[in-house]
Design a protein around this ligand. Structure first.
Ligand code: FES
Length: 160
Protein backbone atom coordinates (compact mmCIF):
# COMPACT_ATOMS: atom_id res chain seq x y z
CA UNK A 1 0.00 0.00 0.00
CA UNK A 2 1.36 3.40 -0.96
CA UNK A 3 2.33 5.71 1.89
CA UNK A 4 1.48 9.38 1.53
CA UNK A 5 2.90 10.60 4.82
CA UNK A 6 6.40 9.65 5.98
CA UNK A 7 7.59 8.88 9.49
CA UNK A 8 8.90 12.38 10.18
CA UNK A 9 5.60 13.91 9.07
CA UNK A 10 3.72 11.47 11.30
CA UNK A 11 5.85 12.51 14.25
CA UNK A 12 5.15 16.19 13.50
CA UNK A 13 1.46 15.43 13.12
CA UNK A 14 1.44 13.82 16.55
CA UNK A 15 3.33 16.69 18.16
CA UNK A 16 1.57 19.58 16.48
CA UNK A 17 -1.94 18.34 15.77
CA UNK A 18 -2.91 15.38 17.90
CA UNK A 19 -1.35 16.84 21.04
CA UNK A 20 -3.13 20.13 20.36
CA UNK A 21 -6.58 18.54 20.16
CA UNK A 22 -6.34 15.39 22.25
CA UNK A 23 -7.78 16.96 25.43
CA UNK A 24 -10.54 18.85 23.63
CA UNK A 25 -14.06 17.56 23.45
CA UNK A 26 -14.63 15.30 20.39
CA UNK A 27 -11.17 15.87 18.89
CA UNK A 28 -11.54 13.39 16.02
CA UNK A 29 -13.19 15.68 13.43
CA UNK A 30 -10.73 18.50 14.06
CA UNK A 31 -7.75 16.17 13.72
CA UNK A 32 -9.13 14.66 10.52
CA UNK A 33 -9.68 18.15 9.08
CA UNK A 34 -6.07 19.08 9.88
CA UNK A 35 -4.82 15.99 8.07
CA UNK A 36 -6.97 16.81 5.04
CA UNK A 37 -5.62 20.38 5.07
CA UNK A 38 -1.97 19.37 5.49
CA UNK A 39 -1.75 16.32 3.25
CA UNK A 40 -4.80 16.66 1.00
CA UNK A 41 -6.14 13.41 2.45
CA UNK A 42 -6.46 11.24 5.55
CA UNK A 43 -4.36 8.22 4.59
CA UNK A 44 -4.30 4.93 6.49
CA UNK A 45 -1.01 5.72 8.22
CA UNK A 46 -2.56 8.86 9.76
CA UNK A 47 -5.67 6.92 10.73
CA UNK A 48 -3.49 4.33 12.49
CA UNK A 49 -1.63 7.03 14.39
CA UNK A 50 -4.87 8.67 15.50
CA UNK A 51 -6.23 5.27 16.50
CA UNK A 52 -3.20 4.54 18.70
CA UNK A 53 -3.07 7.98 20.24
CA UNK A 54 -6.78 8.49 20.93
CA UNK A 55 -7.69 4.86 21.49
CA UNK A 56 -10.38 4.90 18.81
CA UNK A 57 -10.67 1.90 16.51
CA UNK A 58 -9.38 2.32 12.96
CA UNK A 59 -12.73 0.94 11.75
CA UNK A 60 -14.53 3.84 13.38
CA UNK A 61 -12.04 6.40 12.03
CA UNK A 62 -12.23 4.91 8.56
CA UNK A 63 -16.03 4.99 8.77
CA UNK A 64 -15.95 8.74 9.49
CA UNK A 65 -13.44 9.41 6.69
CA UNK A 66 -15.53 7.43 4.21
CA UNK A 67 -18.82 9.02 5.28
CA UNK A 68 -17.88 12.68 4.84
CA UNK A 69 -17.12 13.82 1.30
CA UNK A 70 -14.72 16.49 2.61
CA UNK A 71 -12.26 13.72 3.48
CA UNK A 72 -10.40 11.49 1.06
CA UNK A 73 -8.02 8.57 1.48
CA UNK A 74 -5.61 9.64 -1.23
CA UNK A 75 -4.52 13.12 -2.30
CA UNK A 76 -6.61 14.75 -5.00
CA UNK A 77 -5.11 15.40 -8.41
CA UNK A 78 -3.83 18.81 -9.46
CA UNK A 79 -7.05 19.35 -11.43
CA UNK A 80 -10.49 18.12 -10.41
CA UNK A 81 -12.78 17.08 -13.25
CA UNK A 82 -16.43 16.98 -12.25
CA UNK A 83 -18.72 15.54 -14.91
CA UNK A 84 -22.19 16.39 -13.65
CA UNK A 85 -24.25 13.23 -13.43
CA UNK A 86 -27.48 14.93 -12.37
CA UNK A 87 -30.64 13.94 -14.24
CA UNK A 88 -30.56 16.68 -16.90
CA UNK A 89 -26.90 16.09 -17.70
CA UNK A 90 -27.44 12.35 -17.65
CA UNK A 91 -30.03 12.81 -20.39
CA UNK A 92 -27.49 14.87 -22.33
CA UNK A 93 -24.94 12.06 -22.28
CA UNK A 94 -22.99 12.53 -19.04
CA UNK A 95 -22.27 8.82 -18.83
CA UNK A 96 -20.64 8.87 -22.27
CA UNK A 97 -18.49 11.79 -21.07
CA UNK A 98 -17.40 9.88 -17.99
CA UNK A 99 -16.43 6.87 -20.12
CA UNK A 100 -14.56 9.08 -22.56
CA UNK A 101 -12.57 10.73 -19.79
CA UNK A 102 -11.91 7.40 -18.06
CA UNK A 103 -10.50 5.97 -21.29
CA UNK A 104 -8.48 9.07 -22.20
CA UNK A 105 -6.90 9.42 -18.76
CA UNK A 106 -6.73 5.72 -17.94
CA UNK A 107 -8.54 6.20 -14.64
CA UNK A 108 -11.93 5.50 -13.09
CA UNK A 109 -14.76 7.64 -11.84
CA UNK A 110 -13.88 8.81 -8.32
CA UNK A 111 -10.14 8.15 -8.75
CA UNK A 112 -6.95 10.08 -9.42
CA UNK A 113 -4.64 9.50 -12.38
CA UNK A 114 -1.28 7.89 -11.64
CA UNK A 115 0.65 11.05 -12.48
CA UNK A 116 -1.49 12.99 -9.97
CA UNK A 117 -2.65 15.43 -12.64
CA UNK A 118 -6.40 14.74 -12.53
CA UNK A 119 -9.09 13.46 -10.20
CA UNK A 120 -12.34 12.41 -11.85
CA UNK A 121 -14.67 13.37 -9.03
CA UNK A 122 -18.24 12.31 -8.37
CA UNK A 123 -20.35 15.38 -9.11
CA UNK A 124 -24.09 15.91 -8.82
CA UNK A 125 -26.20 18.78 -10.23
CA UNK A 126 -24.23 22.02 -10.22
CA UNK A 127 -27.33 24.12 -10.93
CA UNK A 128 -26.98 24.91 -14.62
CA UNK A 129 -29.14 22.13 -16.01
CA UNK A 130 -30.27 23.96 -19.16
CA UNK A 131 -26.64 24.08 -20.35
CA UNK A 132 -25.92 20.38 -19.96
CA UNK A 133 -23.95 18.41 -20.18
CA UNK A 134 -21.95 20.39 -17.67
CA UNK A 135 -18.36 19.62 -16.68
CA UNK A 136 -16.53 21.46 -13.93
CA UNK A 137 -12.77 21.59 -14.18
CA UNK A 138 -11.46 23.00 -10.93
CA UNK A 139 -13.77 26.01 -10.43
CA UNK A 140 -14.47 26.64 -14.12
CA UNK A 141 -17.78 25.51 -15.56
CA UNK A 142 -17.94 24.15 -19.11
CA UNK A 143 -21.38 23.99 -20.72
CA UNK A 144 -22.83 21.95 -23.55
CA UNK A 145 -19.99 19.49 -23.35
CA UNK A 146 -20.17 16.46 -25.62
CA UNK A 147 -18.07 13.37 -26.08
CA UNK A 148 -16.69 15.08 -29.20
CA UNK A 149 -15.32 18.17 -27.46
CA UNK A 150 -14.51 16.94 -23.93
CA UNK A 151 -10.93 15.94 -24.79
CA UNK A 152 -10.22 19.33 -26.39
CA UNK A 153 -11.49 21.00 -23.22
CA UNK A 154 -9.17 18.84 -21.11
CA UNK A 155 -6.10 19.35 -23.29
CA UNK A 156 -4.81 22.63 -21.76
CA UNK A 157 -5.08 21.14 -18.26
CA UNK A 158 -2.79 18.24 -19.18
CA UNK A 159 0.09 20.69 -19.42
CA UNK A 160 -0.62 22.81 -16.35
S1 FES B 1 -28.11 18.10 -13.84
FE1 FES B 1 -26.20 18.84 -14.50
S2 FES B 1 -26.25 20.92 -13.98
FE2 FES B 1 -28.12 20.16 -13.24
Amino acid sequence: MEEYVNRTQLQEFENNVINLYRDKQSPLMQILQESQKLYGCVPFEVQNLISNELNISTAKINGVVSFYSMFSLVPSGKHIIGVCTGTACHVKGAQRLVSRVEDALDTHYGETTEDGQFTLAHTRCVGDCSKGAVVMIDDKMHSKVTSDNILDILEPYRKQ
